[in-house]
Design a protein around this ligand. Structure first.
Ligand code: NDP
Ligand code: 8X3
Length: 252
């Protein structure tokens, strides 16, 4: 039977590439994001190209009621979810702590931590009922080593790291897998969002080295779902060849 994969933040970047690779492998998809047009366009393309079923759900992960409504109203044929990919997330701003913008901080905390928790809380009962499930949290190298001006974004990804580890422990008794996939710099819309639409600044983030692309991460997300039932990868950290961690990138 085809697997069903629930992916948050599938309108761009890593989430979109993840949807594409699972679609290629004949999985049915529930894809989410705030940009309705992009979401519906992707659903249409993937369902016709790969003859799979795709359910687009448009909501903001920061909106607790919207998350609960979307998931509690899933048609029964969509209850057989195998994998949740908690991917929706962002950095907003790159400022020293003393110069940071509180609104930016709140957006990151509300999306990267609280949003991930709302979605996870709504999906876990389905996994427990089905006696199977796999949660894949997209962390970051920023959740392993802090860097200058990374402050609140790093804090949210350190938070995701702690949540991934504790989810793994708490869900042991239900046989639910938890994997954290922690990418380094990947060229997506991430920097454009971080720099609030400033293309020049966004492009500079990838000057002088070859960064990862979304597909590099998506392939690893797919890989961790292909292992035997008794095998769980708890953690994968993936960087470009030129990047050792958050602070060391070899640039020419
Ligand atoms: P993109 O900006 O390309 O994609 C982010 C996705 O998240 C979009 O689909 C966006 O959809 C969705 N999203 C953002 N905020 C919300 C929200 N409030 N509600 C619902 N969906 C939301 O970035 P990436 O693909 O690079 O980022 C994906 C994940 O990877 C993030 O968690 C990021 O922190 C992490 N990451 C990225 C790295 C990188 O260098 N690119 C490295 C390490 C980790 P929409 O706008 O339509 O809502
Ligand atoms: C994204 C990678 O280094 O820009 O999580 O924070 S970084």
């Amino acid at each position: 039977m085809n697997k069903t994969i629930f992916i948050t933040g599938a309108t761009a970047g890593i989430g979109k590439a993840t949807a594409e690779i699972f679609a290629k492998n004949k999985c049915n998809l529930i894809i989410t994001g705030r940009r309705k047009n992009k979401l519906h366009e992707l659903a249409k393309t993937l369902s016709s190209e790969y003859q799979i079923e795709v359910l687009p759900l448009c909501f903001d992960v920061r909106n607790k009621e919207a998350v609960e409504n979307a998931i509690s109203n899933l048609p029964s044929k969509w209850h057989n979810i195998d994998v949740l990919v908690n991917n929706a997330g962002l950095a907003v701003g790159l400022d020293k702590i003393q110069e940071g913008c509180i609104e930016d901080w709140e957006t990151m905390i509300d999306t990267n931590i609280k949003g991930l928790l709302y979605v996870t809380k709504a999906i876990i009962p389905i996994f427990i009922k089905n006696k199977k499930g796999h949660i894949i949290n997209i962390g970051s190298t920023a959740g392993k080593t802090v860097y200058e001006k990374g402050n609140v974004y790093c804090a949210t990804k350190f938070g995701v790291d702690a949540l991934s580890k504790t989810m793994r422990i708490d869900l042991l008794e239900y046989g639910i897998k938890v994997t954290q996939v922690s990418p380094g710099a990947a060229e997506t819309e991430f920097s454009l969002v971080r720099f609030k639409g400033d293309f020049e600044k966004a492009e500079k983030a990838y000057d002088g080295y070859q960064p990862l692309v979304a597909k590099d991460i998506a392939e690893q997300v797919y890989y961790v779902t292909t292992l035997p039932k008794h095998v769980c990868i708890n953690e994968l950290e993936i960087t470009a060849l030129a990047q050792a961690n958050s602070t060391y990138i070899y640039k020419n």
